[in-house]
Design a protein around this ligand. Structure first.
Ligand SMILES: [Zn+2]
Length: 465
């Protein structure tokens, strides 16, 4: 990305500057200089401003980009494979694919996922990567390079497994210390703060108490947040009891291990009891819901209203593309509302304004980015999307927030500005040659699937060279 950000002016559209907090403003203008928002308000009161990039936005909504709090782009080549398995059976199916990457094919997989996120209006992405360190290359570097080159605001949540997992994925504590240190030094805060690093105990039964303690120490030493799957399905609690040899629930275990707190994200949270929700609230632990993935697995879903009533700060994630076939946060908002209402038998269990905050400002707070992105306001970094409102499925729109949560979809996003760079204009990706990328991805995916020995029911025809 360019070091010198262009000046950008959006004008003539409807501004939703703080979704779920404030109303809309017609005929608005937004001005961006040096990656920062300098003005957002009525066009007729805007300071004189001549911008290098001028985006007329009549008929469009201007809003903050969406925050995808949890994904696994390293599994994207498994999309459509293993669709009707249980969660842990499916994981076994996916592992050979992850094992079969080289540096180039993993970069292409990660880049595909970044572009898919940008196309859906996600300007911030957490990639929870896990992969064996088999050669002289680091898988996390491929993810960071793709984030850097695609232009997305990206955080790599580096998965760690210390036991009870595929042997070639398991690392020693010393290896984790060395690799986290190296990634923190090389990537954390680079691209003017657009790239970030989290530490991620991948599965609770893949950790020993010593690993948990080391994770907390490493997080504190490098200023990293801890990102972890928590009770994603009832199997999690069963396996924790078996492995730790006593009746302890997932959240109780993390509490004992010092791995709860405001710098911790608990992802999925499907099988929690009331005491566990209280513990999350008492420790101000952050929560990320991935409701469409929970329904996909058929293993239950969180009663979201209980988390909201407990006062928790919550965000949304798509989870990996191989687990639900999409990276669409509009879908996540709708499913979050639908599951919350179903669980509580209450149409107001999760309202559209709160769902929008989870996808923007509140989701940013969950990731420690609340002062940086999530609203269109002077002083915030410029992560902005536009949405085409003039479409059959969005008309008539008498309530913009209802339209966004219940009717809109990722494909309605037209433009995307991330950290002050225009990365998509009128649905054309500007940071990479997307057509060429998709050709390369098709070849790479076929290569990786063949190398992994995975039996695919359909072999796509590759375009001629
Ligand atoms: Zn996950």
């Amino acid at each position: 990305m360019s070091d010198v950000r262009p000046t950008i002016r959006l004008h003539g559209g409807v501004l939703l500057a703080a979704p779920g907090e404030a109303g809309t403003l017609d005929d608005a203008e937004v001005q961006v200089t040096g990656g920062e928002i300098t003005y957002a308000g009525p066009a007729d009161q805007a300071p004189d401003f001549t911008a290098e990039i001028d985006i007329p936005a009549a008929g469009k909504l201007i809003m903050p980009g969406l925050i995808n709090g949890h994904s696994h782009l390293c599994m994207i080549f498994g999309r459509t494979l293993g669709a009707e398995l249980t969660l842990l059976e499916w994981l076994d199916r996916e592992m050979p694919l992850i094992r079969s990457f080289d540096s180039d094919t993993l970069y292409l997989a990660e880049m595909l996922g970044c572009i898919e996120n940008i196309r859906n209006g996600n300007t911030t992405l957490v990639e929870n990567i896990f992969a064996p360190h088999a050669g002289d290359w680091a898988p996390e570097d491929a993810a960071f390079r793709a984030m850097r080159d695609s232009g997305i605001r990206g955080i790599v949540a580096r998965g760690f497994t210390g036991r009870n997992f595929a042997p070639d994925f398991i690392e020693t504590g010393e290896e984790q210390i060395e690799r986290i240190g190296s990634l923190a030094e090389t990537w954390k805060g680079t691209e003017d703060g657009r790239l970030g690093l989290f530490i991620s105990p991948l599965l609770p039964w893949s950790m020993t108490p010593e690993h948990f303690r080391q994770t907390r120490d490493l997080a504190d030493a490098h200023g990293l947040m801890i990102h972890q799957h928590v009770a994603e399905s009832p199997e999690f609690n069963t396996k924790i009891e078996q492995v730790f040899g006593r009746p302890v629930r997932n959240v109780e275990l993390l509490h004992e291990m010092g791995c709860l707190g405001p710098d911790v994200q608990a992802v999925a949270v499907s099988d929690l009891n009331d005491r566990e929700i209280e513990l999350l609230a008492e420790t101000d632990t952050r929560v990320i819901f991935d409701p469409q993935t929970r329904l996909f697995w058929g293993t239950g879903f969180p009663e979201i209203k209980k988390f909201l009533d407990a006062g928790l700060t919550c965000g949304l994630g798509s989870n990996g593309p191989a687990a639900n076939c999409g990276q669409d946060l509009f879908e996540s908002m709708k499913y979050a509302c639908a599951t919350a209402k179903t669980a509580a038998n209450d149409p107001q269990a999760l309202t559209r304004d709160r769902a929008l905050r989870m996808a923007t400002s509140e989701g940013a707070s969950v990731l420690g980015l609340g002062d940086t992105v999530g609203r269109i306001a002077p002083g915030q970094r410029a992560d902005i999307i536009t949405i085409d409102l003039l479409q059959p499925h969005l008309m008539p729109t008498f309530d913009i927030e209802a339209a966004l949560v219940y009717s809109a979809r990722g494909a309605d996003v037209r433009d995307s500005i991330i950290d002050g760079n225009l990365v998509m204009r009128d649905r054309e990706i500007l940071t990479v040659d997307e057509a060429a990328l998709l050709q390369e991805v098709a070849v790479a995916a076929a290569t990786v699937v063949a190398r992994a020995g995975v039996d695919a029911p359909y072999a796509p025809r590759l375009a001629a060279e």
